[in-house]
Design a protein around this ligand. Structure first.
Ligand code: NAD
Length: 294
């Protein structure tokens, strides 16, 4: 069993990006700039945004954090997004989800200009992904592909089973793995909460991507010997031994699954850091295309 170490792969990608923008002063007369919008004080969102901003700083990207109280109106957020869309100094825009219930999340996503939509959630970018056209791919699915690529794992011809059909993870992963490129070229089965006999599918899988949101859901007896397992889950479970009062676990029961695997991602330190690397790659690409247009 080999660990797919997202921290190492993410560092390597971040270093490439730091060198890439600095080595092209004619194109990048200023660093790529990511603007993050954060509403309220949802603890995981605070953590995610802080790590995104820290990663930008580490590779010399510019970042802005626009904070709003939980009571912000939809009109105020839309107005902010219109300003960011028009701002020539901003290359990428990210609105940290989830948003408070009184805000229509889809309206917010659709207000981000597709050229600055580095999270890849705008229907234009989702449509481009479905049609195999260039566009911004959501950071977590993109990060999973980058991780497989970093470890030079060829997925051609594999049976991939994706568990979870969210628009953020499961659905785009299933599209990406079925594309005619590497990593990709898999035969994909997309499983979800209404799938009957889930284990029947997972036991057949060469590659499993677990994106369910249930701690330790995938057990060893659901996985065939020699499989590759990518654990997307980030679940907080109470732990009195930790200062924070919780620890992070994935959707995979690592203790029973890992001994059966050829490769497996840890949680933390697997898909999480790759999501950051993918977001930075999207921001770099948004900045590059922005410079070419202006
Ligand atoms: P979601 O709640 O939107 O989707 C969960 C999916 O799991 C649904 O499609 C549902 O059909 C499926 N599901 C639920 N119960 C099931 C069951 N019993 N059998 C089969 N399928 C079942 O969640 P999401 O946004 O896709 O996130 C999934 C997990 O990934 C969460 O733990 C989340 O925190 C984590 N996540 C991690 C990252 C990262 O950067 N590592 C990014 C996004 C999400």
């Amino acid at each position: 069993m080999e660990l797919l170490d997202g921290r190492i792969a993410s560092q390597a990608i971040q270093q490439q990006l730091a060198e890439a923008w600095r080595s092209q002063p004619d194109l990048f007369n200023r660093p790529p700039h990511l603007a993050c919008v954060l509403v309220g004080h949802h603890p995981p969102s605070e953590t995610y945004v802080a790590s995104k901003i820290k990663a930008c700083t580490a590779i010399g990207f510019q970042s802005s954090l626009l904070r709003f109280p939980e009571t912000v109106t939809q009109a105020q957020l839309l107005d902010t997004l219109h300003q960011l869309n028009a701002d020539e100094d901003v290359d990428g825009i990210l609105v940290q989800l989830p948003l408070p219930k009184h805000i229509d999340e889809q309206a917010i996503i659709e207000a981000i200009h597709p050229d600055k939509d580095v999270d890849g959630f705008h229907p234009v970018n989702m449509g481009r992904l479905a049609n195999g056209l260039p566009g911004f791919v959501p950071a977590t699915p993109y990060g999973i592909l980058l991780l497989l690529g970093h470890y030079q794992i060829s997925t051609r011809g594999m049976h991939a089973v994706v568990i979870g059909r969210s628009h953020i993870v499961g659905t785009p992963v299933s599209l990406l793995l079925s594309r005619n490129r590497e990593p990709g070229n898999c035969t994909v089965t997309l499983c979800h909460s209404q799938t009957r006999n889930l284990s029947q599918f997972t036991r057949e899988a060469d590659l499993i991507v677990a994106a369910i949101g249930k701690p330790g859901f995938l057990k060893g007896d659901m996985v065939k010997q020699g499989a590759i397992v990518v654990d997307v889950g980030i679940n907080r479970i109470p732990d009195a031994g930790k200062k924070s009062g919780f620890r992070l676990v994935g959707d995979v029961d690592f203790a029973s699954v890992a001994p059966r695997c050829a490769y497996i991602t840890p949680v933390p330190g697997g898909v999480g850091p790759m999501t950051i690397a993918a977001l930075l790659k999207n921001t770099y690409e948004a900045a590059r295309l922005h410079r070419q247009r202006s």
